[in-house]
Design a protein around this ligand. Structure first.
Ligand SMILES: NC(=O)C1=CN([C@@H]2O[C@H](COP(=O)(O)OP(=O)(O)OC[C@H]3O[C@@H](n4cnc5c(N)ncnc54)[C@H](OP(=O)(O)O)[C@@H]3O)[C@@H](O)[C@H]2O)C=CC1
Ligand SMILES: CC(=O)N[C@@H](CCC(=O)OP(=O)(O)O)C(=O)O
Length: 326
Protein backbone atom coordinates (compact mmCIF):
# COMPACT_ATOMS: atom_id res chain seq x y z
CA UNK A 1 0.00 0.00 0.00
CA UNK A 2 1.34 3.40 -0.98
CA UNK A 3 2.02 6.12 1.58
CA UNK A 4 0.07 9.31 0.91
CA UNK A 5 1.69 12.76 0.75
CA UNK A 6 -0.05 16.15 0.82
CA UNK A 7 1.68 19.37 -0.25
CA UNK A 8 0.63 22.77 1.10
CA UNK A 9 1.96 25.72 -0.89
CA UNK A 10 1.96 23.54 -3.98
CA UNK A 11 1.72 26.40 -6.50
CA UNK A 12 5.23 27.62 -5.65
CA UNK A 13 8.60 26.79 -7.19
CA UNK A 14 9.51 24.14 -4.61
CA UNK A 15 5.97 22.74 -4.54
CA UNK A 16 6.11 22.08 -8.29
CA UNK A 17 9.42 20.22 -7.95
CA UNK A 18 7.98 18.10 -5.15
CA UNK A 19 4.88 17.23 -7.13
CA UNK A 20 7.11 15.79 -9.86
CA UNK A 21 9.24 13.84 -7.38
CA UNK A 22 6.35 12.41 -5.35
CA UNK A 23 4.36 11.48 -8.48
CA UNK A 24 7.32 9.42 -9.74
CA UNK A 25 7.90 7.60 -6.41
CA UNK A 26 6.94 3.89 -6.42
CA UNK A 27 5.85 3.93 -2.76
CA UNK A 28 4.20 7.35 -2.47
CA UNK A 29 1.10 8.92 -3.97
CA UNK A 30 -0.16 12.47 -3.80
CA UNK A 31 -3.09 12.82 -1.39
CA UNK A 32 -3.67 16.50 -2.12
CA UNK A 33 -1.91 19.60 -3.39
CA UNK A 34 -3.15 22.82 -1.85
CA UNK A 35 -3.05 26.30 -3.42
CA UNK A 36 -5.45 29.18 -2.98
CA UNK A 37 -4.72 30.75 -6.34
CA UNK A 38 -4.90 27.58 -8.48
CA UNK A 39 -7.77 25.85 -6.65
CA UNK A 40 -9.82 23.74 -9.05
CA UNK A 41 -7.24 23.74 -11.84
CA UNK A 42 -5.60 20.53 -13.13
CA UNK A 43 -2.05 20.14 -11.85
CA UNK A 44 -0.90 18.92 -15.26
CA UNK A 45 -1.64 22.37 -16.73
CA UNK A 46 1.00 23.88 -14.42
CA UNK A 47 3.62 21.22 -13.74
CA UNK A 48 5.54 19.97 -16.76
CA UNK A 49 6.16 16.25 -16.53
CA UNK A 50 3.10 15.55 -14.37
CA UNK A 51 0.30 13.81 -16.28
CA UNK A 52 -1.95 12.64 -13.44
CA UNK A 53 -5.56 13.70 -12.84
CA UNK A 54 -5.07 15.62 -9.58
CA UNK A 55 -6.41 19.16 -9.20
CA UNK A 56 -5.23 21.86 -6.81
CA UNK A 57 -7.51 22.42 -3.82
CA UNK A 58 -7.77 25.35 -1.46
CA UNK A 59 -7.67 23.47 1.84
CA UNK A 60 -8.20 25.10 5.21
CA UNK A 61 -5.90 24.23 8.09
CA UNK A 62 -8.65 21.99 9.45
CA UNK A 63 -9.03 20.22 6.06
CA UNK A 64 -5.31 19.52 5.92
CA UNK A 65 -5.21 18.13 9.45
CA UNK A 66 -8.32 16.00 8.84
CA UNK A 67 -7.19 14.63 5.47
CA UNK A 68 -5.24 11.80 7.05
CA UNK A 69 -2.29 11.90 4.63
CA UNK A 70 0.69 9.97 5.98
CA UNK A 71 2.91 13.02 5.40
CA UNK A 72 2.32 16.72 4.83
CA UNK A 73 5.00 18.85 3.21
CA UNK A 74 4.79 22.56 3.96
CA UNK A 75 6.12 24.69 1.09
CA UNK A 76 4.72 27.94 2.49
CA UNK A 77 6.48 31.27 3.01
CA UNK A 78 8.27 31.72 6.33
CA UNK A 79 5.99 32.37 9.30
CA UNK A 80 2.93 30.57 7.89
CA UNK A 81 3.30 27.06 9.29
CA UNK A 82 2.30 27.50 12.94
CA UNK A 83 -1.47 27.12 12.73
CA UNK A 84 -1.22 24.19 10.36
CA UNK A 85 1.26 22.35 12.56
CA UNK A 86 -0.84 23.09 15.64
CA UNK A 87 -3.87 21.58 13.87
CA UNK A 88 -1.92 18.45 12.88
CA UNK A 89 -0.49 18.13 16.40
CA UNK A 90 -4.04 17.94 17.74
CA UNK A 91 -5.87 15.99 15.01
CA UNK A 92 -3.20 13.60 13.62
CA UNK A 93 0.02 13.85 15.62
CA UNK A 94 1.59 10.81 13.92
CA UNK A 95 1.58 12.56 10.52
CA UNK A 96 5.10 13.13 9.21
CA UNK A 97 5.49 16.87 8.64
CA UNK A 98 8.35 18.19 6.51
CA UNK A 99 8.66 21.97 6.68
CA UNK A 100 10.61 23.64 3.87
CA UNK A 101 10.45 27.06 5.49
CA UNK A 102 12.76 28.49 8.15
CA UNK A 103 10.07 28.21 10.85
CA UNK A 104 11.45 25.14 12.66
CA UNK A 105 15.16 25.24 11.88
CA UNK A 106 15.94 26.56 15.36
CA UNK A 107 13.49 24.26 17.13
CA UNK A 108 15.17 21.40 19.00
CA UNK A 109 11.92 19.45 18.95
CA UNK A 110 12.30 19.04 15.16
CA UNK A 111 14.86 16.86 13.37
CA UNK A 112 17.05 18.98 11.05
CA UNK A 113 17.25 16.98 7.84
CA UNK A 114 20.46 17.50 5.88
CA UNK A 115 20.93 13.76 5.36
CA UNK A 116 24.64 13.69 4.48
CA UNK A 117 25.43 15.44 7.78
CA UNK A 118 22.55 14.55 10.11
CA UNK A 119 20.97 11.22 9.12
CA UNK A 120 22.90 9.43 11.88
CA UNK A 121 20.90 11.44 14.42
CA UNK A 122 17.47 10.57 12.97
CA UNK A 123 15.47 8.77 15.63
CA UNK A 124 12.08 8.41 13.97
CA UNK A 125 10.95 12.01 14.49
CA UNK A 126 7.64 12.90 12.79
CA UNK A 127 8.57 16.61 12.59
CA UNK A 128 11.33 17.33 10.08
CA UNK A 129 12.78 20.73 9.25
CA UNK A 130 14.34 20.99 5.79
CA UNK A 131 17.49 23.17 5.67
CA UNK A 132 17.68 26.42 3.72
CA UNK A 133 19.10 26.33 0.22
CA UNK A 134 22.10 28.58 0.91
CA UNK A 135 22.51 26.87 4.29
CA UNK A 136 22.81 23.49 2.59
CA UNK A 137 25.58 24.81 0.32
CA UNK A 138 27.46 26.42 3.24
CA UNK A 139 27.12 23.42 5.53
CA UNK A 140 28.33 20.99 2.88
CA UNK A 141 31.24 23.28 1.94
CA UNK A 142 32.46 23.97 5.48
CA UNK A 143 31.70 20.72 7.39
CA UNK A 144 34.82 18.76 6.33
CA UNK A 145 37.10 21.55 7.65
CA UNK A 146 35.12 22.76 10.63
CA UNK A 147 37.51 21.18 13.17
CA UNK A 148 40.67 22.77 11.72
CA UNK A 149 39.57 26.37 11.26
CA UNK A 150 41.43 29.40 12.61
CA UNK A 151 38.66 31.94 11.86
CA UNK A 152 35.00 32.12 10.80
CA UNK A 153 34.62 31.09 7.14
CA UNK A 154 33.45 33.92 4.84
CA UNK A 155 30.77 32.67 2.45
CA UNK A 156 29.96 34.63 -0.71
CA UNK A 157 26.68 33.25 -2.04
CA UNK A 158 24.97 33.89 -5.37
CA UNK A 159 21.48 32.52 -5.96
CA UNK A 160 19.27 32.29 -8.99
CA UNK A 161 16.11 34.33 -8.51
CA UNK A 162 13.81 31.33 -8.00
CA UNK A 163 15.34 31.39 -4.49
CA UNK A 164 13.20 34.43 -3.76
CA UNK A 165 9.92 32.57 -4.39
CA UNK A 166 6.94 33.86 -6.39
CA UNK A 167 5.78 36.82 -4.30
CA UNK A 168 7.03 39.81 -6.33
CA UNK A 169 10.13 41.55 -4.91
CA UNK A 170 13.21 43.19 -6.43
CA UNK A 171 14.97 39.87 -5.88
CA UNK A 172 12.77 37.94 -8.32
CA UNK A 173 12.16 40.74 -10.83
CA UNK A 174 13.96 39.73 -14.05
CA UNK A 175 13.94 43.36 -15.27
CA UNK A 176 15.75 44.68 -12.19
CA UNK A 177 18.13 41.72 -12.26
CA UNK A 178 19.04 42.09 -15.93
CA UNK A 179 22.81 42.83 -16.27
CA UNK A 180 22.87 43.01 -12.49
CA UNK A 181 24.02 41.30 -9.29
CA UNK A 182 21.97 42.26 -6.26
CA UNK A 183 23.59 42.12 -2.78
CA UNK A 184 21.18 41.94 0.18
CA UNK A 185 21.03 40.99 3.90
CA UNK A 186 24.83 41.24 4.06
CA UNK A 187 24.96 40.49 7.77
CA UNK A 188 22.68 38.40 9.96
CA UNK A 189 20.80 36.59 7.15
CA UNK A 190 18.75 33.80 8.74
CA UNK A 191 20.95 31.23 6.95
CA UNK A 192 24.07 32.73 8.59
CA UNK A 193 22.47 32.03 11.95
CA UNK A 194 21.21 28.61 10.80
CA UNK A 195 24.68 27.45 9.70
CA UNK A 196 26.41 28.91 12.75
CA UNK A 197 24.00 26.99 14.96
CA UNK A 198 24.21 23.70 13.08
CA UNK A 199 28.00 23.67 12.62
CA UNK A 200 28.80 24.96 16.07
CA UNK A 201 31.30 27.41 14.56
CA UNK A 202 30.44 30.92 13.36
CA UNK A 203 30.19 31.64 9.64
CA UNK A 204 29.92 34.95 7.81
CA UNK A 205 27.49 35.00 4.88
CA UNK A 206 27.02 37.56 2.12
CA UNK A 207 24.08 36.69 -0.15
CA UNK A 208 23.49 37.98 -3.68
CA UNK A 209 20.87 37.25 -6.30
CA UNK A 210 21.67 37.03 -10.01
CA UNK A 211 19.67 37.02 -13.29
CA UNK A 212 19.67 33.22 -13.75
CA UNK A 213 16.59 31.31 -12.59
CA UNK A 214 17.95 28.41 -10.55
CA UNK A 215 21.16 27.33 -8.86
CA UNK A 216 23.46 28.60 -6.12
CA UNK A 217 27.20 29.25 -6.19
CA UNK A 218 28.77 29.40 -2.73
CA UNK A 219 32.40 30.55 -2.69
CA UNK A 220 33.87 30.03 0.78
CA UNK A 221 37.11 31.52 2.11
CA UNK A 222 38.51 29.40 4.96
CA UNK A 223 41.51 30.06 7.23
CA UNK A 224 43.21 26.94 8.57
CA UNK A 225 44.95 26.67 11.95
CA UNK A 226 47.81 24.64 10.38
CA UNK A 227 49.26 24.94 6.86
CA UNK A 228 48.08 22.24 4.46
CA UNK A 229 48.31 21.26 0.78
CA UNK A 230 45.71 21.28 -1.98
CA UNK A 231 45.98 17.49 -2.29
CA UNK A 232 45.38 16.98 1.44
CA UNK A 233 42.38 19.31 1.47
CA UNK A 234 40.82 17.71 -1.58
CA UNK A 235 41.44 14.22 -0.14
CA UNK A 236 39.75 15.29 3.10
CA UNK A 237 36.60 16.31 1.20
CA UNK A 238 36.67 13.17 -0.96
CA UNK A 239 36.91 10.98 2.13
CA UNK A 240 34.24 12.97 4.03
CA UNK A 241 31.74 12.55 1.18
CA UNK A 242 32.80 9.07 0.00
CA UNK A 243 29.69 7.03 -0.77
CA UNK A 244 27.43 10.11 -0.96
CA UNK A 245 25.91 10.17 -4.47
CA UNK A 246 24.32 13.56 -3.90
CA UNK A 247 27.55 15.33 -2.90
CA UNK A 248 30.25 15.11 -5.54
CA UNK A 249 33.77 16.28 -4.91
CA UNK A 250 35.21 17.62 -8.17
CA UNK A 251 38.62 19.03 -8.97
CA UNK A 252 37.91 22.45 -10.42
CA UNK A 253 35.55 25.11 -9.09
CA UNK A 254 32.09 23.94 -10.28
CA UNK A 255 29.81 26.07 -12.46
CA UNK A 256 26.22 26.76 -11.55
CA UNK A 257 25.04 26.22 -15.14
CA UNK A 258 26.04 22.55 -14.82
CA UNK A 259 23.94 21.98 -11.71
CA UNK A 260 20.59 23.48 -12.74
CA UNK A 261 17.96 20.76 -12.78
CA UNK A 262 20.30 18.25 -11.11
CA UNK A 263 19.76 16.63 -7.73
CA UNK A 264 23.30 16.65 -6.37
CA UNK A 265 25.67 19.29 -4.98
CA UNK A 266 29.22 19.72 -6.30
CA UNK A 267 32.18 20.91 -4.25
CA UNK A 268 35.53 21.80 -5.81
CA UNK A 269 38.15 24.47 -6.37
CA UNK A 270 40.36 23.87 -3.32
CA UNK A 271 42.53 26.86 -4.23
CA UNK A 272 45.31 27.24 -1.67
CA UNK A 273 46.93 30.63 -1.10
CA UNK A 274 50.72 30.88 -0.64
CA UNK A 275 51.57 29.82 2.91
CA UNK A 276 49.02 26.98 2.87
CA UNK A 277 46.67 28.43 5.48
CA UNK A 278 43.99 30.02 3.29
CA UNK A 279 41.81 27.81 1.13
CA UNK A 280 38.90 28.72 -1.15
CA UNK A 281 36.23 26.10 -1.79
CA UNK A 282 33.27 26.44 -4.17
CA UNK A 283 29.97 24.58 -3.79
CA UNK A 284 27.09 24.59 -6.26
CA UNK A 285 23.61 23.13 -6.00
CA UNK A 286 20.13 23.66 -7.41
CA UNK A 287 18.27 25.67 -4.76
CA UNK A 288 14.95 24.08 -5.76
CA UNK A 289 16.32 20.50 -5.66
CA UNK A 290 19.18 19.66 -3.26
CA UNK A 291 18.37 23.02 -1.64
CA UNK A 292 14.69 22.09 -1.15
CA UNK A 293 12.63 19.37 -2.93
CA UNK A 294 15.29 16.67 -3.36
CA UNK A 295 16.32 17.09 0.26
CA UNK A 296 12.65 16.84 1.30
CA UNK A 297 12.37 13.61 -0.70
CA UNK A 298 15.50 12.21 1.01
CA UNK A 299 13.87 13.06 4.34
CA UNK A 300 10.54 11.47 3.38
CA UNK A 301 12.35 8.32 2.24
CA UNK A 302 14.20 8.19 5.57
CA UNK A 303 11.00 8.72 7.57
CA UNK A 304 9.13 5.93 5.75
CA UNK A 305 12.00 3.44 5.56
CA UNK A 306 12.66 3.65 1.82
CA UNK A 307 16.15 3.79 0.40
CA UNK A 308 17.07 7.46 0.78
CA UNK A 309 17.58 7.90 -2.97
CA UNK A 310 14.28 6.33 -4.10
CA UNK A 311 12.72 8.49 -6.84
CA UNK A 312 15.80 10.73 -6.99
CA UNK A 313 17.10 9.93 -10.46
CA UNK A 314 20.86 10.23 -9.94
CA UNK A 315 23.45 9.70 -11.17
CA UNK A 316 21.91 11.16 -14.27
CA UNK A 317 22.92 9.44 -17.49
CA UNK A 318 24.69 12.60 -18.70
CA UNK A 319 27.21 12.85 -15.84
CA UNK A 320 30.77 11.60 -16.28
CA UNK A 321 33.65 12.29 -13.92
CA UNK A 322 36.11 14.79 -15.38
CA UNK A 323 39.92 14.55 -15.14
CA UNK A 324 40.92 14.61 -11.47
CA UNK A 325 37.38 14.14 -10.16
CA UNK A 326 36.85 11.71 -7.31
N1 LIG B 1 12.76 28.87 -3.55
C1 LIG B 1 13.81 28.29 -3.01
O1 LIG B 1 14.89 28.16 -3.60
C2 LIG B 1 13.72 27.70 -1.64
C3 LIG B 1 12.65 27.96 -0.83
N2 LIG B 1 12.61 27.45 0.43
C4 LIG B 1 11.48 27.74 1.29
O2 LIG B 1 10.38 26.93 0.87
C5 LIG B 1 9.16 27.65 1.04
C6 LIG B 1 8.44 27.74 -0.31
O3 LIG B 1 9.29 28.45 -1.20
P1 LIG B 1 8.88 28.72 -2.72
O4 LIG B 1 8.33 27.48 -3.32
O5 LIG B 1 10.04 29.37 -3.34
O6 LIG B 1 7.74 29.80 -2.49
P2 LIG B 1 6.72 30.40 -3.51
O7 LIG B 1 6.59 31.83 -3.22
O8 LIG B 1 7.14 30.01 -4.89
O9 LIG B 1 5.37 29.62 -3.13
C7 LIG B 1 4.72 29.81 -1.90
C8 LIG B 1 3.47 28.94 -1.86
O10 LIG B 1 2.77 29.24 -0.67
C9 LIG B 1 1.42 29.67 -0.98
N3 LIG B 1 1.19 30.83 -0.13
C10 LIG B 1 1.74 32.05 -0.24
N4 LIG B 1 1.36 32.87 0.78
C11 LIG B 1 0.54 32.12 1.55
C12 LIG B 1 -0.17 32.37 2.74
N5 LIG B 1 -0.14 33.56 3.32
N6 LIG B 1 -0.92 31.36 3.24
C13 LIG B 1 -0.99 30.17 2.64
N7 LIG B 1 -0.33 29.88 1.49
C14 LIG B 1 0.44 30.84 0.96
C15 LIG B 1 1.41 30.00 -2.44
O11 LIG B 1 0.24 29.53 -3.12
P3 LIG B 1 -1.18 30.18 -3.08
O12 LIG B 1 -0.91 31.66 -2.90
O13 LIG B 1 -1.79 29.84 -4.39
O14 LIG B 1 -1.87 29.55 -1.94
C16 LIG B 1 2.51 29.13 -2.99
O15 LIG B 1 2.00 27.87 -3.34
C17 LIG B 1 9.54 29.00 1.63
O16 LIG B 1 9.46 28.96 3.03
C18 LIG B 1 10.99 29.17 1.20
O17 LIG B 1 11.68 30.02 2.05
C19 LIG B 1 13.59 26.63 0.90
C20 LIG B 1 14.66 26.32 0.12
C21 LIG B 1 14.82 26.85 -1.21
C1 LIG C 1 17.36 34.64 -3.46
C2 LIG C 1 16.59 34.62 -2.16
O1 LIG C 1 15.88 35.54 -1.83
N1 LIG C 1 16.75 33.56 -1.38
C3 LIG C 1 16.10 33.38 -0.13
C4 LIG C 1 16.50 32.06 0.45
C5 LIG C 1 15.62 30.93 0.04
C6 LIG C 1 15.56 29.91 1.13
O2 LIG C 1 16.15 28.87 1.23
O3 LIG C 1 14.92 30.41 2.15
P1 LIG C 1 14.31 29.88 3.47
O4 LIG C 1 15.35 29.96 4.52
O5 LIG C 1 13.26 30.81 3.79
O6 LIG C 1 13.88 28.48 3.25
C7 LIG C 1 16.49 34.43 0.91
O7 LIG C 1 17.58 34.93 0.88
O8 LIG C 1 15.68 34.65 1.82
Amino acid sequence: MKRTIGIVGARGHTGAELIRLVAAHPGFELAFVSSRELAGQPVRDHVAGYDGALRYENLSHEDVAANGADAVVLALPNGKSAELVDGIDVAKPDTVVVDLSADHRFDDGWYYGLPELTRGAYAGERRISNPGCYATAMLLAVAPLKDVLAAPPACFGVSGYSGAGTTPTDRNDPEKLRDNLMPYALTDHVHEREVTRRLGVPVEFMPHVAPHFRGITMTVNLWLAQASTREAIKARYASFYAGEPLVRVVDEAPWVSAIAGRHHAEIGGFALAPGGKRVVVVATLDNLLKGAATQAMQNLNLAFGFDELTAIPEPSPGWKPGPGDS
